[in-house]
Design a protein around this ligand. Structure first.
Ligand SMILES: Nc1ncnc2c1ncn2[C@@H]1O[C@H](COP(=O)(O)OP(=O)(O)OP(=O)(O)O)[C@@H](O)[C@H]1O
Ligand SMILES: O=P(O)(O)OC[C@H]1O[C@H](OP(=O)(O)OP(=O)(O)O)[C@H](O)[C@@H]1O
Ligand SMILES: [Mg+2]
Length: 281
């Protein structure tokens, strides 16, 4: 049975479980359950602290896991990223009081508080910088006000927490994080693993595309198909009405309204958009 690590709480937990449900997997009925067996799919889900997931997958005890890219980098391998899951986006950055330090080159001699010491030590080593790293469990923005450190390195999404603490980010983001699917370094080619990957890819496509259907005069079909080329090729069906055809094509959700406007201007009519609930390309 395939064994998969899923965040048990925190920012990624709800969205990870939702994505697995959309991919057709059973998820735990209660937030306090730590294991959930999905017999029909032959998968067992283990609900673990997000910071521990790369360790379980890296050791090979679990075959796959969902975690944050920053958490994978912090663990320092050997697990590897397999797929960006399109949620949980955030940056990982240095921040300080703006009047104190604004350049990462000036980090030596400062204390850096963080919940991600692996990322910070990796950055310092890569840039030949020497600074003290202080590991804290969370709420690291308080570390500067409380005199524990002069600099923090933390997850920044909206930046509201930094602003509230009177801090400003500096330097380029250390990394751009997102929720990812991870696997062990020497994954055997396993049918269950490829099936899960394909299903999650299907969810990503279903979320970012819609199905567009419309009727158009055969004379303008080529121009219409240029607007809606689809992923493979649009489906064209004859209509009872002489000289007209029906077209069906997948289009990016973000572009659908612009495309509908342009199709209408071309003379297309009965333009309908429907959600895709699942797909396998
Ligand atoms: N606004 C955010 N704040 C913190 N983490 C975020 C945010 N947005 C996305 N993430 C991602 O969520 C993961 C951290 O999740 P985790 O559950 O450890 O933290 P949390 O939600 O802050 O929970 P905890 O209260 O245990 O700290 C990281 O991969 C991080 O990049
Ligand atoms: O840029 P923002 O949108 O403000 O989000 C980032 C903040 O949210 C997280 O903290 P969280 O609330 O999870 O508390 P924690 O520090 O205890 O993990 C993270 O550690 C930052 O502090
Ligand atoms: Mg947190």
């Amino acid at each position: 049975m395939l064994r998969i690590a899923v965040p048990n709480k925190g920012r990624l937990a709800g969205a990870a479980a939702q994505m697995l449900r959309e991919a057709g997997y059973r998820q735990r009925p209660s937030d306090s359950d730590l294991v959930c067996r999905d017999e029909p799919n032959q998968v067992e889900f283990f609900y673990l602290r997000p910071h521990d997931i790369a360790t379980y997958v890296g050791s090979g005890d679990l075959q796959l896991g969902i975690t944050g890219r920053d958490l994978l980098v912090d663990a320092g391998g050997p697990a590897v990223e397999l797929l960006d899951l399109g949620f949980g986006g955030a940056t990982f950055r240095f921040a300080a009081r703006p009047e104190t330090i604004t350049d990462p080159a000036k980090l030596p001699g400062h204390r850096i508080a963080t919940s991600y010491p692996g990322i910070v030590r990796g950055y310092l080593a890569e840039h030949g910088l020497d600074a003290e790293v202080i590991r804290l469990d969370g709420a690291v923005e308080n570390a500067i006000g409380l005199g524990v450190a002069e600099v923090i390195a933390d997850v920044v999404q909206t930046g509201a927490t930094l602003r509230q603490a009177g801090l400003a980010p500096f330097g380029e983001p250390i990394l751009e994080s997102a929720a990812i699917l991870i696997g062990g370094p020497d994954r055997p080619v396993d049918g269950g693993v490829t099936q899960l990957q394909r299903r999650l890819q299907g969810v990503l496509v279903a979320r970012s595309y819609v199905m567009l259907a419309y009727d158009v005069h055969a004379e303008t079909l080529d121009a219409a198909c240029q607007l809606t080329p689809g992923i493979e090729s649009p489906t064209i069906s004859p209509l009872h009405r002489e000289g007209w055809v029906a077209v069906q094509s997948m289009v990016r959700r973000a572009e659908v309204h612009r495309i509908m406007d342009e199709l209408y201007d071309l003379g297309a009519r009965a333009i309908l958009v429907t959600d895709i609930h699942a797909c396998r390309l």
